[in-house]
Design a protein around this ligand. Structure first.
Ligand code: URA
Length: 215
C-alpha cells in the first residue's frame, strides 16, 4: 500500500537530483505492520521490478522470515533511501574494449538526508510494532553514527530516532516518539562473509522471542 503523499515524493526526488542515484521504489506493506524493515537502498533488481527486496538479498531475507514464521504480508519494507545509488566502474571486455558498468553502492550521508523525509513520514504514519534495521546503514540512519552493527546486532533498543529537522535544513534532530528497534546484519552481508549467517540466526532466535511477546 502507498502511504507517502506524492508531493513529498516529488520533493525528495528533487533533493536527490544532484547525486548519482537512479529510479524510485516505494516502501511497501500494510499500515500497523508487525515488523518494519529498514534496509539500505534499492539495488538494480529492485529498480527494475519496482519492488523492495526482490533481488538476491531479498531471497535471503525471505528465508529469515520463514524462520521467524512471519509472512511478507505482515511486514512493511522500506530503506534509508528509495533510489538506487550507483557507481560507474570501467570494466575490461575481451582484450581491447572497456565498457562502463553501474554497480550498486551504499547511500552516503547527503543521499540519506535527501530522502530522509520519506522514512520520517513512514515512521510517523505506519506505526510498526517492531523496527528491524539491516546493517550499519539502517541502524545509523536511525540512531546515529556512533553505533555499529557489530556491537548492536541482536539487541532490543527503545529509543527516539533521527529525523530531518525541516525541509530547508540538512540537520538531524531526534523524533518525539520512541521506537522499538532490533538491529541485525544486512542479508547481503553473508555473500561477503558466510560466518555472519550464524550470527544472524542467533539474532533471529532473539527476535522470535520478542515477537512472541508482541503477538
Ligand atoms: N537492500 C535494501 O536495503 N533494500 C532493497 O530493497 C534491496 C536491497
Amino acid at each position: 500500500m502507498r502511504v507517502i503523499p506524492e508531493e513529498l515524493v516529488d520533493i525528495c526526488k528533487k533533493r536527490m537530483e544532484p547525486y548519482p542515484c537512479e529510479g524510485f521504489v516505494y516502501g511497501r506493506g500494510p499500515e500497523q505492520p508487525t515488523i518494519m524493515i529498514v534496509g539500505e537502498a534499492p539495488g538494480e533488481t529492485e529498480i527494475h521490478n519496482g519492488m523492495p527486496f526482490s533481488g538476491r538479498a531479498g531471497k535471503v531475507l525471505d528465508e529469515f522470515f520463514q524462520y521467524l514464521g512471519v509472512s511478507r504480508e505482515d511486514i512493511y519494507f522500506t530503506s534509508t533511501v528509495r533510489s538506487r545509488p550507483y557507481k560507474i566502474v570501467p570494466k575490461k571486455v575481451g582484450d581491447h574494449e572497456i565498457v562502463e558498468k553501474k554497480y550498486n553502492r551504499a547511500p552516503n550521508r547527503k543521499e540519506q538526508l535527501a530522502h530522509a523525509p520519506i522514512l520520517d513520514y513512514e515512521l510517523q504514519h505506519i506505526k510498526p510494532k517492531q523496527l528491524v534495521t539491516l546493517g550499519n546503514i539502517g541502524l545509523q540512519r536511525l540512531l546515529g553514527n556512533k553505533y555499529t552493527i557489530s556491537q548492536m546486532h541482536g539487541r532490543l533498543i527503545h529509543a527516539k530516532v533521527r529525523r530531518l529537522k525541516d525541509l530547508d535544513s540538512n540537520e538531524w534532530i531526534m523524533s518525539d516518539d520512541s521506537y522499538s528497534i532490533f538491529p541485525t546484519f544486512h542479508p547481503a552481508s553473508i555473500f561477503y562473509n558466510r560466518s555472519l549467517e550464524k550470527e544472524i540466526y542467533k539474532d533471529l532466535d532473539k527476535l522470535k522471542e520478542i515477537l512472541g511477546e508482541i503477538y
